[in-house]
Write a protein that binds this ligand. Structure first.
Ligand SMILES: Nc1ncnc2c1ncn2[C@@H]1O[C@H](COP(=O)(O)OP(=O)(O)O)[C@@H](O)[C@H]1O
Ligand SMILES: Cc1ncc(COP(=O)(O)O)c(N)n1
Length: 552
């Protein structure tokens, strides 16, 4: 996305400075901020002193969309995606889907007032964003409430007609918009049709028209006007024009070829509100919000929800991956640790084989989980190798983990990661990767194992059981150390370090609780035939497992 100031050529540095100053200016001069609100601002700052964190908060006053692409539901999702709390005052309930609006049930004015009072008097949102306001009575109550309970900024999306062409607020609303709400707004975000309606029906067909409309709407009273050009005919870009009373700014993004654009206007306005709640200036709020909508549209261009002509998009940018993963992936199970293949590119190089051949052979030989461990690859090569290995592992239903590099795991959507005691802490990794991914951690002591359990790991790797050349300066814990960790662990354990065909029986026949398998590097990959070595090792493990069962 690019933007430029039309009244003067600006490079990014001066623009940055100009708008950094305006962060303060924006809120101080806000139409809806007075001394009472300033006082609340002080209270907000004081919450830090109590040790609690006050989170940015947007209140949306809008209609419910049963199809959840627009309205209240879009606002909730956009704010969640931008990391901002969103409370909701519902003005109307619509029966709506991807075909259009089948019905509208307007909430009684008084009850809108009651919802406003509940939220504003207790939760003190930073910013109010409005969407569908179906009656002049609701506008009146809202304006009255905003005078009583002041907030830092007011974002008005003057919703009138849905993308499907259905009326959500009739022309009867225009006078109260012009006379009451717009003069209080810090920013108003009409689309072409709404801008035209606010100005008595003038045609808007070009960026020049959008600019003069923004100026005329500014005269009504809002501090900033953003005329959205999503519907601008014959434009290869999606162009929006911002006017702040002095300068015009054009925000351009590529026009994403998709029919999943239902709710873009609501989402843009609520993400502008979210950015304002986080403390941005209007300029940066618009810039970030537009980039967010563009990214989400791009991600969602080919998702399918509903049979109509205008589908919703995926605000959280997760649905597609999840839909694919649901078919392909299963949850982690302790028995996946039975024969854990850990790759080593130096060994593969030595034996002249590619990473994909090595991983394929290990899986065909009976490896039950694979970890890509690249200690000296460039990021680009690491990612390429990871993508290739993931494809092989997924097609065999074998979990695929990345050693240490959480960024690579995220980029290729691996099944999880394995970390060492001095790598990314498990708790942090879990918060980044979410609840579904597999996280393993190397542990040498029961204390490590206890912490791994508390922090949310799925398994622990315990070793080195025997001395090994694969890892320098690695303290050997021996079979006794392994036994102690297994007994003290709440998590499944895989033994690692110098394990091969000659000693795997001694490890597995310990027969201790939680010991699920062995992890192997050299014994599989520093050999001529990965396939044969894996087969033989797998057989030996199974023999030991049977022997332990017989013992019991
Ligand atoms: N196909 C698209 N590709 C990229 N951005 C788009 C597309 N359609 C709309 N937008 C952007 O989404 C936002 C909402 O615009 P618009 O669709 O005009 O509003 P509304 O949903 O209120 O009609 C604007 O920032 C617009 O530029
Ligand atoms: C409840 C409600 N609010 C707003 C819109 C506008 O969204 P869009 O212009 O994408 O149809 C809508 N369709 N429904």
């Amino acid at each position: 996305m690019g933007y430029y100031c039309c009244s003067q050529a600006l490079h990014s540095t001066p623009i940055h400075h100009q708008f950094r100053h305006s962060i303060v200016r924006d809120f101080r001069k806000s139409r809806v901020l007075n001394s009472k609100a300033m006082q609340r601002e002080e209270e907000r700052n004081h919450s830090a002193a109590s040790g609690k964190v006050r989170v940015p908060h947007v209140l949306t006053v809008a209609g419910s969309d049963s199809g959840a692409g627009a309205g209240i539901q879009a606002d909730l999702k956009a704010c969640a995606a931008r990391g901002v709390y969103c409370s909701t005052v519902i003005t109307a309930v619509t029966a709506q889907n991807t075909l259009g609006v089948q019905g509208v049930n307007v909430v009684a004015d008084d009850f809108v007032g009651e919802q406003l009072k509940s939220v504003l008097s207790d939760m003190h949102p930073d910013v109010v964003k409005t969407g569908m306001l179906p009656s002049p009575g609701i506008v009146k109550i809202l304006c009255r409430s905003l005078k009583e309970f002041q907030v830092r900024a007011l974002v008005v999306d003057p919703v009138m007609v849905s993308t499907s062409g259905d009326v959500l607020a009739g022309p009867i609303i225009l006078d109260s918009f012009r006379e009451e709400l717009l003069p209080m707004a810090d920013i108003v975000t009409p689309n072409l049709r709404e801008a035209s309606a606010l100005l008595g029906g003038i045609p808007l067909e070009s960026v020049a028209d959008m600019r003069s409309a923004a100026k005329s709407i500014h005269d009504i009273g809002p501090r900033n006007v953003l005329v959205k050009g999503g519907d601008l005919p014959a434009s290869s870009d999606a162009v929006d024009v911002l006017f702040d009373g002095k300068d015009f700014y054009e925000f351009r993004s590529s026009r994403i070829k998709t029919s999943n654009t239902h709710g873009t206007g609501c989402s843009l306005a609520s993400s502008i509100a979210a950015e304002l709640a986080r403390g941005s200036s209007v300029f940066f709020a618009v810039k970030t919000a537009k980039r967010y909508v563009e990214t989400a549209l791009d991600y969602s261009r080919d998702i399918l929800i509903g049979g109509g002509s205008q589908g919703p998009f995926d605000h959280l940018m997760k649905l597609k991956n999840n839909a694919v993963n649901l078919q392909a992936r299963r949850p982690f199970e302790p028995r996946d640790l039975l024969l854990y293949a850990v790759t080593d590119s130096r060994m593969n190089k030595r034996w002249g084989r590619s990473i994909s051949d090595a991983v394929k052979a290990a899986i065909e030989g009976g490896a039950t989980i694979v970890q890509l461990r690249e200690k000296d690859a460039d990021t680009r090569d690491f990612l390429e190798a990871a993508k290739t290995c993931l494809e092989i592992c997924s097609s065999h239903n074998v979990p695929f983990l990345i050693n240490d590099r959480i960024d690579i795991a995220l980029a290729c959507d691996a099944d999880g990661i394995h970390v060492g005691q001095s790598d990314m802490p498990v708790r942090v990794a879990r918060s980044i990767l979410g609840p579904d991914k597999i996280i393993g951690i190397s542990c040498k002591t029961p204390q490590h194992a206890e912490k791994a359990w508390i922090d949310g790991a799925d398994y622990i790797g315990c070793g080195g059981v025997f001395p090994t050349n694969t890892k320098e300066n690695n303290i050997t814990v021996g079979l006794d150390g392994l036994r102690t960790v297994c007994i003290g662990s709440n998590l499944p354990v895989v033994a690692i370090g110098g394990i091969g065909i000659s000693n795997v029986g001694r490890v597995m026949e310990l027969g201790v609780p939680n010991l699920e398998g062995v992890a192997v590097v050299s014994a599989l990959f520093d050999r001529e035939s990965v396939l044969n070595e894996t087969r033989v090792l797998r057989e030996a493990i199974m023999d030991s497992v049977r022997a332990v069962k017989q013992r019991i």
